[in-house]
Structures are given as C-alpha cells and as structure tokens.
Write a protein that binds this ligand. Sequence first.
Ligand SMILES: Nc1ncnc2c1ncn2[C@@H]1O[C@H](COP(=O)(O)OP(=O)(O)OP(=O)(O)O)[C@@H](O)[C@H]1O
Ligand SMILES: [Mg+2]
Length: 351
Amino acid sequence: MSFVNIRDVTKSFHRNTVLNRVSLSIEEGEFITLLGPSGCGKSTLLRAIAGLNPIDEGSIEVGGRDITHLPPRKRNVGMVFQSYALFPNMNVFDNIAFGLKMDGLGKDRIRAKVEEMLAIIDLKGKEGRYPHQMSGGQQQRVALARSLVKNPTVLLLDEPLSALDAKIRRSLRGEIRQIQRRLNMTTVFVTHDQEEALTVSDRIFVMNHGVIEQAGSPSEIYTSPVSEYVARFIGNYNVWSREQLQGRAFRGVPGEGAMFAVRPEAIRITDAQAQAQAAADTAPEGEGIVADGKVSLVSILGNIQRYEVEVSGLRVTVDTLSGHAPDRIGPGAEVKLYIPAEEWKPIRPSA
Ligand SMILES: Nc1ncnc2c1ncn2[C@@H]1O[C@H](COP(=O)(O)OP(=O)(O)OP(=O)(O)O)[C@@H](O)[C@H]1O
Ligand SMILES: [Mg+2]
C-alpha cells in the first residue's frame, strides 16, 4: 500500500469531464510531478487532493486515512500556488506563523517553529520584511515555509515557479527539491514545463485531457514515450507514421508498429561525399536504419548543433553536440543518416 492512493477520481464541471477515472499512487517521501498542457486537469487534481474541489467519484487516501469527504482544514495537506498569496500587511514572521496562531499554539512554540523554517528557507534575519520588500523568489520561499511549518502529510505545489524569471526559477527548483529531500516530504508538483519536470521529479505523470497518459521515471518518460502525445510533449522527437515512411528512402524500417518516435540525438549524421571517399572504412557500426538526405538548415542551440535534413520530402531533425559536429556539413550538403534499430521507438498514435 502506498502513502497516497488516488483511485478512479472523476470530476466534471457542467458536463465537461475534467478528470476521468484518474488513479495514481505515491510513496512516502516521493516527489512526483503532474505534467501536461494548459487545461489538462493538473490543478483540478491538486485541488481534489486538498479538498478544494469535491470530486464526483473515486477515493483519495493519505497515510492510511480516507480523506475523500473531509473538509480542507481537516486534511493536513499543504498547498503553494503560482501567485505567492502572502498576506501583504504581515511581515515574514507573521506570514509563516499565521497557521500556527490559528491552531492556538503558544508563543514560544511558534517562535521556535518559525525560526526553524527561516533557517530551512535561508531567510534568517529577514523575518521583519514585508512581502513588497522581497523578490518573487523570496516571497515564494516564504509561501513554502508557511505550508511546511504546519508539517503537512502531503505538500502540493501548483506551478510555484511559473511567475519567476528563468534563472531564479532554476535555482529555486533546486532548493525546493533539497528541502523536500531533507524533510522527506511527500510532494506533488505541477508544471507544464517538461524540462522542469525531468529535472526535479522522482516520477512524472503525463496528463492528457483528464487522464494519465504515461507514468514513469524522468529517464523512462524521456527515452521511451508510449504515445504520440507524450513524444510530442516531451520535446524534439521525430514522430513519423509508417505511412509517412513508406516509399521514402529509409532502408530497414522495423516490421512492426504504426508509428515511431526517434530522438534527434540518437541519429548519426555523416557527409555522404566523405563517406564515399573513405569507402568501407567508415561504414556505420552494427545494424541500423539508413537514409540519404540533404541538409536544409543548421542551427546552434547552445551546446547542441541541430540539422534539419530532408529525406525524400520528409523532414528529419538531428542533434549533435556542438564541437563534436562533423565538419563541412552545411546547408545543401548530401548526408547519410544512421538510426540504430533500438532507437526506433514504437508509439501509440493519438486519437
Ligand atoms: N471551477 C471551474 N468551473 C468550470 N470549469 C473549470 C473549473 N475549474 C477548472 N475548470 C475547467 O477544467 C479544465 C481543467 O482545468 P485545470 O485548471 O485543472 O487545468 P490545468 O491543467 O491546471 O491548466 P493550467 O496549466 O492552465 O493551469 C479546464 O478546461 C478548465 O476550464
Ligand atoms: Mg493549473
């Protein structure tokens, strides 16, 4: 039995089914991410766990307790939102202490707990500041402390980083992950940013229109998407149907599967002319799918060099590490592409 068990949760708003029999389990201390585009139901699922949205069907259990029908304040669940939602007229100390005061804790206990939190979020000495005197990142750390100080059984984070600029975002997500590990806090994180999800999560649940399309570790999701939807969402996969490949210059397409995904960095690119000169010496190692193509575009994306290659009218994206890119391959170059057989991932087409 897992620490959090969500079973067949269904939720509709005015006949619009937003969660369709969603089931998932989370282990104690695990950091999981709900990943998906706007409107797929991420916040609705989070709010269902917090008790802010009553659900139509299904059950939610946390730490062996069925909380499906409990009011939010009895669930002992912490939630942090995209907007910092701090009390603007209270300083940092009072913002963090607010929930403890409501619970009727004594002054000394409150002080001790708030100080412990200030150390954890690295804002010691700033307890007298007001929200408007702090950066967005600092405010979000206070919002996190305000949830953690109540020692919730589960921490829910609804796009807590999306109002911050890219650099703060990256550093704060690392900090959140460290704090979460230190406290062994079971956490559900929501984002629509695949890079963020891949970086911070123990496991990712990719959502699509109210269902979980795929669950797995970041490397499973990244290297083995099960469907066209996940392959397209996770980034730069080449996605091709068998029909698209038929009659084109790919030699050795796998015999089974209606649709395939191939990562750009899994494709090897060589200059066709250099290849011919060196003849058999440079023949690719092992079995693979081979195609002849013509480069239409070369671009530098930081540490990645990206080629767009036309293979009889079909566009293929190929990535190499900048600095490791083969010489002389520019726009117009005739190239050979090699795709190892195991990199050819069969996927389920989207409906
Ligand atoms: N209170 C509500 N009343 C009616 N429809 C709602 C309500 N809350 C959410 N919805 C609808 O449910 C769907 C899912 O919304 P939800 O907020 O869960 O999406 P999300 O995945 O969190 O998206 P985003 O990334 O934009 O935050 C949307 O179509 C939304 O319009
Ligand atoms: Mg949302």
